[in-house]
Ligand binder design. Structure first.
Ligand code: ZN
Length: 271
């Protein structure tokens, strides 16, 4: 697997992501990590900031299979791996692992410590189905509720994603792509939807990137995003809902097949 120089890009994008969410929540947040629902409850102090950054770096390592499923996350090993990117100690590391456990990316096993989660195929398919439904609903609401400025910001992120596509930088593409989906959901202004989407999306984070790497019709996914942006810009709720639901929905079953054979590899989740 390729390993683009992700974490730096990740942090930069994550700051934008956090800023976007903070604007929606109407509160100031200077955090630098990729905050999710679980992380947002942590607040904004320095220790929390460090925890968020550590969680963000480990999350990216899990996503890129630098830490594959079932890897035992020993503190010493993690501190060594993190050492290149951030100065941290055991306490923020432990807190970061709790955050990742609440997202479902890490399992905390009594007497054994933390292990990278390995959700089974049916769990993944179940989550994909719900996520596709939520994305469709979000499209419908966002097309009606997004401000002109929010649509402009989504368009700008879309063009950054296109640039990543053209330079064949899959990890940056993935990050911008995630940001677009998160911004769309944030524009619904439905806090329950934002919260549930955030949790499910975190759990599927690694799977989505994996799908992205395998996807042989990457260009098709980019074209779907073009259509989505156009639907948003003309505020076509039903149209955007259909595009988003199918962007995820039809692939939920195929992901399970692709895990066991090459036949469905080209139908993977590519968003
Ligand atoms: Zn997408």
């Amino acid at each position: 697997m390729e390993r683009p120089d992700g974490p730096e890009i990740g942090l930069e994008l994550d700051r934008a992501s956090v800023a976007a969410r903070s604007a929606i929540a109407g509160k100031k947040n200077l955090a630098g990590g990729d905050a999710t629902g679980a992380e947002r409850v942590l607040g904004g102090g320095n220790e929390e900031l460090l925890t968020r950054k550590v969680a963000s770096i480990i999350r990216d390592m899990i996503v890129q299979d630098i830490l594959p499923p079932n890897t035992k996350l020993r503190e010493k090993m993690l501190l060594e791996k993190l050492g290149d990117q951030i100065a941290t100690s055991r306490t923020p590391l432990r807190e970061a692992l709790k955050v990742l456990a609440s997202e479902g990316l890490v399992r905390l096993v009594p007497n054994k410590g933390a292990v990278v989660a390995d959700p089974d195929i049916s769990e993944i398919a179940d989550m994909q189905l719900i996520l596709s439904t939520l994305e469709g609903l979000a499209g419908d609401l966002a097309a009606r509720r997004a401000t002109g400025q929010e649509i402009g910001e989504i368009a700008a992120t879309h063009h950054e994603m296109l640039a990543a596509f053209h330079r064949n930088d899959r990890f940056a593409y993935f990050k911008f792509n995630q940001l677009i989906h998160k911004k769309l959901v944030a524009a619904t202004r439905n806090s329950a939807l934002i919260d549930i989407h955030d949790k499910l999306n975190s759990r599927l984070y690694r799977i989505r990137y994996k799908g992205n790497l395998r996807h042989q019709e990457w260009k098709e996914a980019v074209e779907e995003h073009e259509l989505m942006l156009q639907a948003l810009q003309r505020r076509d709720g039903p149209g955007l809902a259909l595009l988003l639901a199918s962007h995820f929905g039809e692939r939920s079953e195929l992901i399970s097949l692709s895990d066991h054979g090459p036949t469905a590899a080209d139908a993977d989740e590519s968003s």
